[in-house]
Design a protein around this ligand. Structure first.
Ligand code: PAN
Ligand code: ZN
Length: 193
């Protein structure tokens, strides 16, 4: 029975996640990011970015408070722009110390993380891997494979997003297509410390 709950007690619920497509059922909210939304994020952008989707975030909506866990799937398409693999914008959490967990469901990629002092860490993403992103680390997912990279993320409800710092400064490293596969190299346009 779930009658007469106090105002701050939610009713339990369940959502189905399709590990291949990242689809949630029921699917409450989908945020789509096109190539044009990522304009300026890639170092070598030869063509004007179009409206094709680069990634989608399917979010399970709960109140964004520090007693809740928000979660979502991200479906990041494969491809490159000027030799750089398709990637998410990347962000610090607006509340800097908020941590996050990523569980990769399908595809393969790299999770690039950076502190504000320019220290970086890069970890593999593949099905079954749980990546722990501690607070204070900006994080960006990069699809280094030939199929969509799909992962499930869980984060503290009041983490929030600071996109501006990465949009302004870039990440200290970028992931490019090398002769023997992906290479993590310094970002020539990085303007942070
Ligand atoms: C993820 C990301 C998602 C999309 O849910 O928000 O993968 O990446 P951007 O937000 O950088 O565009 C997450 O880290 N949430 O906190
Ligand atoms: Zn995050």
């Amino acid at each position: 029975m779930t009658t007469d709950l106090p105002a701050d007690v939610m009713v339990p619920f369940a959502v189905h996640v399709d590990f291949q497509s990242g689809a949630l059922t029921p699917d409450p909210v989908i945020l789509r990011r096109s190539h044009a939304d990522l304009a300026g994020y890639f170092v070598n952008e030869s063509d004007a970015p179009g409206e094709d989707e680069m990634y989608a975030v399917h979010e399970i909506r709960v109140p964004a408070t520090n007693n809740n866990l928000l979660s979502s799937t991200t479906v990041l398409q494969p491809g490159t722009v000027g030799g750089e693999y398709f990637m998410t914008k990347g962000h610090f959490h607006a509340t800097r110390d908020r941590a996050e967990i990523y569980l990769t469901l399908s595809g393969q990629g790299l999770l690039v993380m950076a502190l504000e002092d320019g220290t970086t860490q890069t970890k593999e993403m593949r099905p079954g891997i749980v990546n722990y992103v501690p607070g204070h680390w900006a994080h960006r997912s990069v699809n280094t494979g030939d199929v969509p990279l799909v992962f499930y993320a869980v984060y503290i409800g009041d983490a929030g997003y600071d996109y501006a710092t990465i949009a302004d400064q870039g990440f200290p490293v970028i992931v490019v297509e090398g002769e023997d596969g992906p290479e993590v190299v310094p970002n020539p346009r990085y303007t942070g410390r």
